[in-house]
Design a protein around this ligand. Sequence first.
Ligand code: HEC
Ligand code: HEC
Length: 213
Amino acid sequence: MVLIRKIFAIVAPIWVASFALTGVSLAEDNARGRALYDLCAQCHGGEAQGTELYLAPAIAGLDEWYIVSQLTVFRSGARGMNWQDVGGMRMHPMSLWLQNDEDIQAVSSYVAGMEKVNPPTVVEGGNLAQGKALYATCAACHGKAGEGNEGMNSPPLSHMSDWYLVSTLEKFKAGIRGSNPANPNAVMMRGLSNMLADDQAIKDVVSYISTFR
Ligand code: HEC
Ligand code: HEC
């Protein structure tokens, strides 16, 4: 016992020190992320709750891997370079403020750590029963409750702004998002959007997704 206590006495301070060091470097990461987020807040809002007027969706608490992937494709021009994509064209230049992969990582982990929001429901006229039936296919990738699935590169949908879900599905269907071969995940989702026959089907499925909050 004495020996164990002696070993503990030697090891414990090292543990404490190493936790303290990790703590410092995390705080520095977050400081960088928070500083970078100042710019983002102008459109996405202080709590990343989204601003419909600027076409900027809620992004608070989105999965880090998905934020990283989207900032990367915005920055490379694989998303947001179609002139009909008003929102995407607005976001593309913003992504260029992120100087390198470290910046993308820092701001992504900051946004992912923000508390999820429940954006207001603004889409009207969706049929929940129809939407539920349509969503059965979507669930295979996006999860039963819209929680997303990193293994399938499929983002969570549960806390997104409903107007953004509608405009995004319309853009996929029209090939305004998802026609650049440099963005294969979006190309795949573009194909899937065609199972939604028309604007009513889009409203139906989005209204159902809004029940996941
Ligand atoms: C000038 C306004 C503006 C600023 C500033 C801005 N964004 Fe955006 N952002 C948008 C718009 C508009 C969209 C929607 C694009 C679309 O409709 O496809 C968007 C989309 C996104 C998306 C994709 C969301 C999704 O679900 O696919 C992410 C992630 C994002 N922004 C993160 C950021 C970050 C991080 C910053 C700061 C470095 C930032 N934005 C700054 C306007 C802005
Ligand atoms: C085979 C898997 C799969 C199925 C099935 C699928 N999706 Fe997707 N979906 C994806 C992937 C992968 C992405 C990411 C695209 C990207 O990175 O741009 C995506 C992206 C999306 C987006 C954009 C989210 C954002 O934040 O910008 C929406 C909205 C969406 N899907 C809705 C649906 C709906 C509604 C259905 C059913 C009608 C559906 N998806 C079916 C794989 C799938």
